[in-house]
Design a protein around this ligand. Structure first.
Ligand code: HEM
Ligand SMILES: *[C@@H]1O[C@H](CO)[C@@H](O)[C@H](O)[C@H]1NC(C)=O
Ligand SMILES: *[C@@H]1O[C@H](CO)[C@@H](O)[C@H](O)[C@H]1NC(C)=O
Ligand SMILES: *[C@@H]1O[C@H](CO)[C@@H](O)[C@H](O)[C@H]1NC(C)=O
Ligand SMILES: *[C@@H]1O[C@H](CO)[C@@H](O)[C@H](O)[C@H]1NC(C)=O
Ligand SMILES: *[C@@H]1O[C@H](CO)[C@@H](O)[C@H](O)[C@H]1NC(C)=O
Ligand SMILES: *[C@@H]1O[C@H](CO)[C@@H](O)[C@H](O)[C@H]1NC(C)=O
Length: 347
């Protein structure tokens, strides 16, 4: 365990061993004079995330996405959580690319337990780490630090300027990740998060219309169109579908011609974060254009990565954990920071 003292902040690398719910006998440090111990903080987040996911497993996917959407927009600073800022105006939550973002109530609840000495940014990072561990049935574990401060800026325009929309082509995706110092392989690795969660029709409608669609399995396209049309009503004009064809009912998978060889389709594996995204993508049975675009790398390197991750789950687990850890450490940009009392507003 690395302990680094810097500029008044105590940064502790919290070890998340496979003995997840067992104390790990590390030295504990007080944080910010509150009397709260860092291990206690990590344990509290862990416990609350586990409890929330037991009640509603969906929340896990939301927490994983929340990390990406917080850290991509001027670093991991909790800015995605703000409902309002001192200068008014719309916040990141209003961004088009933040459609469907969830998990805010759970972050608030955890913040309520941890109090004023723990930043909202740290809670997002810890919660995503714990959600990843649980969603992956313990296969993805990684280390994160704590000691982040919360930012005071948040705007919808800033979020839409840097978060990738589902319509990006391969060149745009690669450039978007490079702007954050993430490699092409890390783009392919992190896109595997789309093994879990849901998406709104508006995020993949382009794929259903032959006039705008990037290549997509015709059987999958037809099954998806039928499925989503059945759910679209005046009161639900923008319904959601599961990101992963694995999580669709058997009749849908059959109709789509899904080849489940190598994929755990047991009931217990529904909603699990594993490498099944690559099985789906290499069969052209994924929702977003941005997913399909990974097949469209003219150098062939992204395709090679995808075949490797499809065939070697253990390799992907390691790389995904590394990339999530890296994402968790994207430094906050800005000049004014605080530890928010309430994650939804600045102090
Ligand atoms: C590479 C560029 C990416 C694009 C274009 C993209 C786009 C999207 C879109 C459009 C949705 C559905 C939103 C909705 O309609 O409700 C979504 C969902 C999701 N994304 Fe991504 N994403 C990208 C990368 C990532 C990364 C890096 C992660 C995390 C490591 C991630 C994790 C998720 C998760 C977990 C969901 C499901 C959320 C839920 O069920 O609440 N995505 N993404
Ligand atoms: C990707 O999209 C951008 C912006 O629309 C466009 O300029 C570029 O030509 C596209 N790249 C490819 C390879 O299609
Ligand atoms: C991706 O596919 C489209 C056709 O669907 C093509 O126009 C484009 O050049 C391809 N390459 C890249 C790198 O986006
Ligand atoms: C960029 O990412 C690499 C690993 O992918 C890392 O070693 C390096 O420190 C990063 N550089 C910056 C400036 O963040
Ligand atoms: C879309 O195109 C495919 C062939 O590429 C065709 O089989 C399918 O019927 C078309 N769907 C519609 C709704 O026109
Ligand atoms: C799906 O296909 C399998 C194998 O082809 C078959 O045994 C099963 O009855 C089908 N189920 C449904 C609901 O279509
Ligand atoms: C399904 O995929 C496996 C390899 O992933 C392949 O060996 C098998 O032939 C495929 N089955 C069909 C029916 O395409």
């Amino acid at each position: 365990m690395a302990i680094k003292l810097s500029a008044g902040a105590i940064v502790v690398s919290i070890s998340l061993s496979l003995a997840f719910f067992v104390g790990h006998g590390q030295p504990v440090l007080a944080d910010g004079g509150s009397g709260k111990k860092h291990d206690d903080v990590a344990d509290t987040v862990k416990k609350e995330v586990a409890k929330a996911m037991k009640k509603n497993r969906r929340i896990g996917a939301a927490l994983v996405r929340l990390l990406f959407h917080d850290c991509w927009v001027h670093g991991c600073d909790g800015s995605v959580l703000l409902d309002k800022t001192p200068d008014g105006g719309s916040t990141e939550k209003d961004a088009a690319n933040n459609i469907g973002l969830e998990g805010f109530d759970l972050i608030d609840m955890i913040k309520g337990k941890l109090g004023e000495s723990v930043s909202c940014a740290d809670i997002v990072v810890l919660a995503a780490r714990d959600a990843t561990y649980i969603l992956s049935r313990g296969n993805i574990a990684y280390h994160v630090t704590t000691g982040r401060k919360d930012g005071v800026r948040s705007s919808a325009a800033a979020a839409d300027a840097v978060l990738p929309p589902s319509t990006f082509n391969f060149t745009q995706l690669k450039a978007n990740f490079a702007a954050r110092n993430f490699t092409q392989t890390e783009l392919v690795v992190l896109s595997g998060a789309h093994a879990v969660g849901v998406a709104h029709l508006s995020s993949f409608r382009d794929r259903l219309d032959n006039a705008t669609a990037t290549p997509i399995s015709v059987r999958y396209q037809n099954a998806l169109r039928d499925h989503v049309e059945d759910k679209t009503t005046a009161t639900v004009p923008d319904p959601t579908e599961m990101n992963n064809i694995r999580d669709m009912e058997l009749a849908f998978r059959n109709a789509s011609g899904y080849n489940a060889t190598g994929v755990d389709t047991s009931k217990a594996a529904r909603g699990v974060l594993d490498n099944s995204y690559y099985h789906a993508n290499l069969q052209n049975k994924v929702l977003f254009r941005s997913d399909w675009e990974l097949r469209n790398d003219t150098t062939g390197a992204a395709g090679r990565d995808m075949r490797e991750f499809r065939d070697n789950a253990a390799r992907w687990y390691v790389l995904f954990g590394n990339a999530m850890a890296k994402l968790s450490e994207v430094p906050a940009e800005g000049t004014r920071f605080e530890i928010r009392k309430d994650c939804r507003t600045t102090n």
